[in-house]
Design a protein around this ligand. Structure first.
Ligand SMILES: [Zn+2]
Ligand SMILES: [Zn+2]
Length: 348
């Protein structure tokens, strides 16, 4: 089979690899569509993400963790009914035994592995093997692209849970990349208002508006804290989702939050630091919550996708075959050509 490997920062290659062995409880999945995530781009550009380095892989790394595919075969003890079915993949392989897994918090399992990080091959490949317990059947009415976008959508469902957003509250989303946009899509359906979205890229702000943002702000032209104060009658935003991972947005998230507000941090910055003005956060008594991936929220993400007809496909702006992965990553990393979510199709 073919797979993409990250040889060194900035350099992907497509290579031949043996078909992976299917163990007990596992499925061999033909990957039909795989998304390029911001975290893949950190690894591509900087050779590390959140303190985990490409060098830790001890050799070339197959990137990618957002994907869907078709089950080709299952190993011993796995449900043979899955064979032939389209599935989406929960990329975090938790241990299932530790106190956090048992307490319903597998997203913080200390013993987990994750697709596309050192220790676990990623999904930019024609096939992966994956535990069948983490392969969820996809209904026929869910497109391949939407199946890929269930991963970020599940993160947003978890994030909204953590902050316990109340309808009618003023909400701000800082950053209109795929994570910010899936938040926007859900928050608009949850009737939060005003729903303010910021980004430095106007084409992403346009999409945020289509997805239900009531106000969009470009910090290159507007003073975000002043504008949020004006929109919210001086109060600030009750809930803030930081989805950009920039020092500027880490600072803005506490400046624009209302007293007793809640802030969720989803963005990741290359230097692994979270700087903001302490007095701003303290005087307002803010809850600053660190959001860790999705947490048993794939099923609800799928339900919301279908029941609320979420236009997730709008985010999947670009498609490339596996051979073009270098071009795909370069385009996504440079925000070229109006790209939002780039999708690799390993069989095209
Ligand atoms: Zn991701
Ligand atoms: Zn565990």
């Amino acid at each position: 089979m073919k797979q993409a490997v990250l040889i060194s920062p900035g350099r992907l290659e497509v290579v031949d690899a043996p078909l992976p062995e299917v163990g007990a409880g596992q499925a061999l999945v033909a990957v039909l569509a795989a998304g390029i995530c911001g975290s893949d781009l950190h690894m591509f550009k900087e050779g590390s993400i959140g303190g985990i380095a490409l060098a830790d892989a001890g050799g070339p790394l197959v990137p990618g963790h957002e994907c869907m595919g078709r089950v080709e075969r299952v190993g011993a003890g796995a449900d043979p009914g899955l064979v032939g079915r389209r599935v989406f993949i929960e990329p975090a392989i938790n241990c299932g035994q530790c106190r956090w897994c048992l307490a319903g918090k597998p997203n913080v399992c200390p013993h987990h592995t994750f697709l596309g990080l050192p220790g676990q091959g990623g999904c930019l490949a024609q096939y992966i093997v994956h535990p069948t317990r983490l392969c969820e059947p996809l209904p026929d009415d869910v497109s391949d692209d939407a199946g890929v976008l269930l991963e970020p959508l599940a993160i947003a469902v978890h994030s909204l849970d953590r902050l316990a957003v109340a309808a009618g509250s003023a909400v701000a989303v800082l950053g209109a990349g795929p994570i910010g946009l899936v938040h926007t899509m859900l928050l608009a359906r949850d009737a939060t208002a005003p729903l303010i979205v910021t980004d430095v890229l106007d084409y992403r702000l346009e999409l945020a508006r289509r997805l239900g943002a009531t106000h969009v702000l470009n910090p290159r032209r507007e003073d975000v804290p002043a504008a949020v104060a004006q929109i919210t009658g001086g109060d600030g935003a009750d809930f803030v989702f930081e989805c950009a991972g920039q020092p500027e947005t880490f600072e803005q998230m506490v400046r624009i939050a209302a007293p007793a507000g809640r802030v969720g941090v989803l963005g990741i910055h290359g230097d692994d630091r979270l700087p903001f003005t302490h007095s701003q956060a303290r005087r307002k008594g803010l809850d600053v919550l660190m959001i860790r991936r999705a947490n048993l929220t794939f099923g609800r993400a799928l339900t919301r996708l279908r029941d609320e007809h979420l236009p997730a496909d709008l985010l999947a702006t670009h498609h490339w075959p596996l051979e073009k992965c270098q071009q795909a990553f370069e385009t996504a990393a440079a925000y070229r050509d109006g790209v939002v979510k780039g999708i690799i199709r390993p069989w095209e």
